[in-house]
Ligand binder design. Structure first.
Ligand SMILES: [Zn+2]
Ligand SMILES: [Zn+2]
Length: 436
């Protein structure tokens, strides 16, 4: 058996069964191949030889750079929330807004679900991610014996929060809203927009300089290396879903590096993915049939669905924007629903063909899903800015809530799908360690 460590919680003693670490080994998160990671110099990218998934991106001094970027990001986020965001001037009347105005107005209009999602993805999650990242980077610079125990848990949160921080998608939503507005009024772009632009670049840079493996190694406990040879091997090779350390142990045992519970594959992956896809497909109907917003300008206007909004953009000659919204709001959700269903069916039929391409398709579906939020952010911005009574007003519609639900459900579906099961179903599952 692995190492048992007794932890006293209140009056109960809980025994955590730690699996044995196999440092130097790595499981590909996309195809499940176990392999030895080569020591690569500089900023080399290490890819899986079977499916070409990126296993590690080596970076020099990731802690120092990520810490500097996290602090810069926090300053920019504070500026973005305090300074004016967008102003509108129609027929001599003007109206100024802050970054918070969108969620506040959505809540006032009764769409509190949308208000929560917009507020969370544009302010709360980026703020929490930057705070946690800065804290971990600061802690990782301390001598090993001074590092607080909770750093690993906090870094785990950073990994989970990443897809839900949507500053860059929000800015694209802003671009669409801005172009629509310049058509009807004089628009004043506030300092907050520039701060958000800076924040987007800083967060992208922080993600790019982060060598996750190096950080996990820095947060490592002494529990890992010396333990392995002392006890006999048991169980099977399992790669940790969170920190990617490979251990010898049984599912349910604890990863000695990040304290996550180990599991060979995501639990009930295909059932959960099917259920989420089914719910998303059902909601896709009201998302496209119900109006997402109603624009009234000088007493004229009508409710717009996603498609009629795109047609209006195209009719006004804004072709690039119309294509962008069409791609993000119509193509991407349909692509996600069809692709994930296709991948699940292929798995069910034990298909052996084009595994590498199917894995790549999954990676694309997983990466592009969040960009569908453009329309939701656009509705939030327009609702907040265009509040000039009879002269011009924008009211959000129930279609926006349904559409936002579709985006979130398909993102969750991509998260519960386990691409390694496609390789298992094709008889390519292996605990063989690939020679490099
Ligand atoms: Zn692979
Ligand atoms: Zn782990």
């Amino acid at each position: 058996m692995g190492q048992g460590v007794s932890i006293i919680v209140g009056r109960n003693t809980m025994t955590m069964q730690f699996a044995q670490a196999r440092p130097g080994l790595r499981e590909c998160p996309d195809c499940g191949l176990f392999q030895r990671l080569p020591e690569a110099p500089g900023s080399a990218v290490v890819r899986c030889p079977r499916c070409a998934s990126v296993l590690r991106h080596h970076r020099t001094n990731p802690e120092g750079r990520a810490l500097a970027l996290a602090v810069t990001g926090l300053i920019l986020l504070v500026v973005a929330t305090q300074e004016p965001f967008l102003g509108l001037d129609i027929a001599g009347r003007d109206h100024q807004t802050l970054l918070f105005s969108g969620p506040v107005e959505l809540r006032a209009q009764g769409l509190w679900e949308l208000a929560i999602v917009v507020f969370a993805t544009t302010v709360v999650v980026p703020l929490a991610k930057l705070l946690c990242l800065g804290w971990v980077m600061l802690g990782a610079r301390l001598p090993r014996w001074q590092r607080p125990r909770h750093l690993r848990r906090v870094f785990r949160w950073v990994e989970w929060m990443t897809p839900w921080s949507m500053v860059e998608v929000f800015l694209l939503g802003f671009l669409v809203a801005y172009t629509k507005l310049t058509d009807i009024a004089t628009v004043q772009v506030g300092i907050a927009v520039y701060a958000l632009g800076g924040l987007m670049l800083v967060m992208a840079a922080a993600e790019a300089v982060l060598d996750h493996e190096a950080i996990w190694q820095a947060l490592d406990r002494d529990r890992i290396a010396p333990a392995a040879p002392a006890t006999p091997a048991h169980g099977e090779l399992i790669g940790c879903d969170t920190c990617r350390l490979v251990c010898m142990g049984l599912p349910g045992e604890i990863c000695p590096r990040c304290d996550s519970s180990l599991r060979a594959r995501k639990p009930a992956s295909s059932q959960r993915t099917w259920a989420l896809l089914f719910a998303a497909a059902l909601l896709y109907i009201p998302a496209n049939v119900l109006p997402v917003m109603t624009v009234i300008s000088f007493g004229r206007g009508a409710p717009d669905t996603i498609l009629s909004g795109i047609i209006k953009l195209a009719a006004a000659g804004m072709w690039p924007l119309a294509l962008l919204v069409f791609f993000a709001s119509i193509t991407v959700p349909v692509l996600k629903l069809l692709s994930l269903s296709g991948l699940l069916l292929g798995m069910r039929l034990h298909s052996k063909g084009r595994l590498r391409e199917r894995t790549l398709l999954y990676r694309i579906v997983d990466a592009v899903g969040r960009w569908s939020m453009i329309d939701v952010f656009m509705v939030s911005i327009l609702t907040a800015v265009v509040r000039l009574g009879a002269i011009a007003s924008v009211t959000p519609g129930p279609g926006a809530v349904a559409f936002c639900s579709v985006v979130i459900l398909t993102m969750l579906a991509a998260g519960t799908f386990d691409p390694r099961l496609m390789w298992d179903a094709a008889g390519r599952s292996t605990t063989r360690i690939a020679a490099r």
